[in-house]
Design a binder for this molecule. Structure first.
Ligand SMILES: [Zn+2]
Length: 242
């Protein structure tokens, strides 16, 4: 959204990144599609070839791709990873946070977005050990109890990949998303010349050397096929209960 001449037609979804929007732009988006996406990330070791913020980059760009098709606002990714690979396997460079901190942040952000009259709030986590999902679910539940009329959902990108691709950690799936969303940020040549393991390298899933931006694009299409209709039906439900 820049100026009036580039304003999308009535039928086109209106969306934007919350931190970059001016108040009237937020109001126009909310009027048409009162959904807020809260990408949830982490600062976590993703082997030698991929950046620490992979989960944040992935979650934020997936949310933006969904919002482009449904309308809505996308908040900046929250980099609070619970049970990262640091306590799990001892890999450094990760900033691990407690479940309680993540729950509390999720709770307060959801309450604030409900107060800002968003009718659907989707916490979309790119970091998805069970401890992370539980922490977000606890925060979401507290927010549901404290608010009225806002639907609050906790989603993880790996649940939206269907059977076609498997969520992993620094493997071919995550690395493909990173290559798609942040070209030039992956250095496959940094990997040791042998097969990769969880204990030795902090990699779970298919070998990241099978990753490509093209595969990332195909993964994104799968995610969109599953997520876009879900968001649209949540918005339709909210409209019919107004
Ligand atoms: Zn990850």
């Amino acid at each position: 959204m820049s100026d009036e001449s580039s304003e999308p037609a009535e039928s086109e979804p209106l969306w934007g990144r919350y931190s970059e929007l001016r108040p009237p732009e937020i109001e126009a988006i909310r009027e048409r599609a009162p959904v807020a996406f809260v990408p949830w990330g982490a600062l976590e070791w993703h082997c030698l070839h991929a950046p620490i913020g992979l989960d944040s980059t992935k979650a934020e760009n997936i949310c933006a791709a969904i919002a482009e098709r449904t309308g809505g606002v996308v908040l900046p990714a929250i980099p609070l990873g619970v049970n990262t690979i640091k306590p799990y396997k001892g890999f450094g460079h990760s900033i691990d946070t407690s479940s309680e901190l993540a729950s509390r942040v999720a709770e307060e952000i959801c309450i604030q977005l409900a107060d800002e009259r968003f009718k659907v709030v989707i916490l979309m986590t790119g970091h998805y050990p069970p401890e992370q999902i539980d922490a977000l679910e606890v925060g979401a539940q507290r927010a549901r109890e404290a608010t009225d009329g806002t639907r609050i959902e906790v989603w993880a990108d790996n649940e939206l990949l269907g059977d076609a691709y498997k969520g992993d950690h620094a493997g071919a799936t995550e690395t493909s998303f990173q290559m798609l969303f942040a070209p030039g940020s992956v250095d496959l040549a940094a990997l040791p010349d042998r097969s990769l393991t969880l204990d030795g390298d902090g990699v779970m899933g298919e070998d990241p050397r099978d990753a490509s931006a093209e595969r990332g694009q195909r993964q994104l299409e799968v995610v969109l096929q599953s997520a876009v209709p879900k968001v649209k039906s949540l918005l339709a439900e909210r409209n019919s209960t107004q």
